[in-house]
Design a protein around this ligand. Structure first.
Ligand code: FEO
Ligand code: CA
Ligand code: CA
Ligand code: CA
Length: 653
């Protein structure tokens, strides 16, 4: 095995037991406070939030809905002030507005405009309580900013100006209004933030069926309907969301957005060189030779993991010239897609998740180029095409294709070079580099459709689940609980080879098909649907979850119960490697996202996204009233919270 044994770091907190409380429950010895809630004032002149008299103009200056990625950039000396940068992924109209009975119920034009303004990004000045890990909104000094579905942004890189992104409002194809469905993200060493545009397909539909034969796979492969209107009906207030009227608008979403929070006047930049897909997020590493490496998952069942390598090199130092140079690093580079090759006998990969006889789910990997040195690696297709229709490009690798251009079904073409075919993964989510040892970790959240065709990197086609009503375990088809894979680049971060192994197979520890890096399974917390990842400075991995449906045995009471999503922490090296412990759980109906640990490790920020998003729950009859607990007509508010030790110490330790 190429894996060196590395020293680890212990996590000393006592895990939170599973629960269905409508509360943010932290490990003993920790407290939380709410930093920003949906509707809190951000920009100057923002009115006080009034949920029953909300307007688009108010929302455009207030904190948006469904907070997700969190970045924290220092402001001034002393680590007492910072810029909090937060994604607002999507909206739950049924929880925002009275009288909207469900997530697909009709909304008024005014409600649609409010929802558009509740998307995007917030930049908020925050300040810290001296001597504590507690943060709160600070007095603004000019940095606070809202980015919405209407904010002008610049397309940069090879797609900018191409035929695929020209529209009637922007015949040059260089200026897009807004960013949508911003999920995870990252901070760059030069002080900007990156924001993935994920499920942008849900905003686009068509008022008339699209018959042009080349258009259909370009839409279908991204989940955009060529037949119907989208559920949100945004085209009622802005025709650019109607493909029949503006066929190229959809090609202007699905990128990584780079934002400079230190310059409130700077136009956000869509970095087309990093490809177009359902970008979960992007995380940066500086390679040994100074090139910038960015990893990004495409969050869809059976989709791919990508790596971008810049052409230019990072200039260390924060003098104006270096920073101006670094602000151009993501404009141009090479784009690769990952192939994971296993080394166990094929019959050992039987979908059960049980460890093969050679001792592990592991093997080698290759980064297969899609764009290299400014050239397209797809015969007959331009660089702009590859970077606009990146999924179609990756599907073509290693295959012989006919000339009609509608082979969006990767099963159809003839495989002529299997070693060039990228690996279809179980919904790649966040990818993070361990700051202590450079190993890379990717969350694969789940794949209910992988009921056959396991491979060594996605080895599960079934799992156990405890049925509360029957009182027994049942076998469930698909990879229901997800997994985490780790890899080590073989020839430096910018190289094309790596070796990999599975770190965790999530689920009920009593399921023999789960795996916690070999750790004693009777000691770990049940974990399901890993989504966002974060590292603390000691190199422990923190995992937030989205969509846990497990019912597991409570270790104290012995009885079985379901649980809310949460944030877990696990050492990645040393004798405690694989010892997963629940650090917090989020309120009812929420997913836990955006975990961020401050550089001094005194604070853990989390986004409590969509509290109260349960079946039948609405603004009029909400299942969650967190965090306000308003006495009259309470309703949930998606919020960023900060968790800190009551004694002011480092979190986790
Ligand atoms: Fe928005 Fe892939 O989570
Ligand atoms: Ca193996
Ligand atoms: Ca996510
Ligand atoms: Ca998710």
């Amino acid at each position: 095995t190429p894996w060196a044994a590395l020293p680890g770091s212990d996590l000393t907190f006592w895990p939170v037991e599973q629960n269905l409380d409508d509360e943010l429950v932290t490990a003993h010895g920790y407290q939380y406070s709410v930093v920003m809630r949906w509707g809190d004032p951000v920009e100057e002149g923002a009115p006080v939030f009034d949920v029953d008299r909300q307007t688009p103009e108010a929302q455009a200056k207030q904190f948006g809905y469904n907070c997700d990625y969190i970045g924290l950039l220092p402001l001034g000396e002393g680590e007492l002030r910072a810029l909090l940068v937060v994604n607002h992924e999507y909206t739950n109209e049924q929880l925002m507005f009275s009288g909207v009975a469900s997530e697909d119920a009709p909304t008024t034009p005014e409600q649609k405009r409010i929802a558009m303004m509740a998307h995007g990004i917030s930049v908020v000045e925050v300040e810290r309580e001296p001597g504590s890990g507690r943060w709160r909104q600070g007095t603004p000094s000019g940095y606070n900013r809202r980015i919405t579905a209407d904010t002008p942004m610049e397309l940069t890189g090879p797609v900018a100006g191409s035929e695929y992104v020209r529209t009637s409002a922007d015949p040059e194809g260089r200026t897009v209004l807004g960013t949508l469905n911003n999920c995870a993200g990252g901070m760059t060493p030069w002080g900007t933030t990156l924001h993935g545009e994920e499920n942008f397909n849900q905003y686009f539909g068509t008022s008339a069926p699209i018959v042009e034969h080349r258009a259909e796979p370009r839409l279908a492969r991204y989940g955009v309907s060529a037949e119907d209107r989208a559920v949100r009906h945004w085209e009622d207030v802005d025709p650019r969301f109607d493909l029949a009227k503006e066929p190229n608008e959809v090609n202007r979403f699905g990128y990584v957005v780079e934002l400079d929070p230190y310059d409130p006047t700077a136009k956000p930049k869509k970095r087309t060189a990093m490809g177009r897909f359902k970008h979960e997020g992007a995380n940066i590493q500086i390679a040994e030779d100074g090139r910038v490496v960015a990893y990004s998952g495409d969050d869809e069942r059976f989709d791919y993991i990508y790596k971008f390598v810049s052409h230019k090199r990072y200039a260390p130092g924060d003098d104006p010239a270096s920073r101006a140079h670094n602000l151009t690093l993501l404009e141009d580079g090479d784009l690769y897609v990952a192939r994971f090759t296993g080394d166990s006998p094929a019959e050992q990969i039987d979908g059960s998740g049980e460890v093969p006889v050679d001792g592990g789910f592991d093997g080698t990997g290759q980064w297969i180029p899609l764009v290299l040195d400014g050239r397209s690696m797809i015969p007959g297709k331009s660089v702009a095409w590859v970077l606009t229709f990146t999924r179609l490009a990756a599907d073509r690798l290693g295959k012989r294709l006919d000339e009609r251009g509608n082979f969006y079904d990767p099963a159809a073409p003839v495989v002529v070079a299997p070693e060039m075919v990228p690996t279809r993964m179980d919904r790649p989510e966040d990818i993070q580099v361990n700051p202590v040892n450079g190993r890379v970790y990717a969350a694969l959240t789940n794949n209910s459709n992988r009921t056959e065709g396991p491979d060594e990197a996605n080895p599960r086609t079934r799992s156990w689940g405890f049925d509360l009503e029957e009182g027994t375990y049942e076998e469930r088809a698909g990879n229901r609980n997800g997994h985490v894979v780790e890899w080590q680049e073989t020839n430096g971060a910018a190289g094309t080879d790596f070796y990999w192994r599975i770190f965790l197979l999530a689920g009920d520890p009593e399921d023999p098909g789960t795996y916690f890096a070999g750790y004693d399974k009777s000691q770990v917390s049940a974990l399901s649907c890993p989504d966002n990842l974060e590292f603390d400075p000691a190199g422990n991995l923190w995992i937030s979850t989205d969509g846990n449906v497990l019912s597991t045995r409570n270790r104290l009471a012995g009885t079985f119960a379901g649980t809310n999503d949460g944030l877990f922490a696990v050492p990645t090296a040393g004798p405690e490697r694989g010892h997963v412990k629940a650090f917090l759980t989020v309120p009812l109906g929420a997913e836990c996202s955006g975990p961020l640990i401050s550089r001094d490790a005194r604070s853990v920020f989390v986004s409590v996204q969509h509290p109260g998003e349960t079946t039948g729950s609405t603004r009029d009859t909400p299942s969650s009233t967190w965090p306000d607990r308003a006495p009259f007509r309470p309703f949930p508010r998606p919020s960023v919270a900060v968790v800190y030790r009551t004694d002011g110490g480092r979190v986790g330790s």
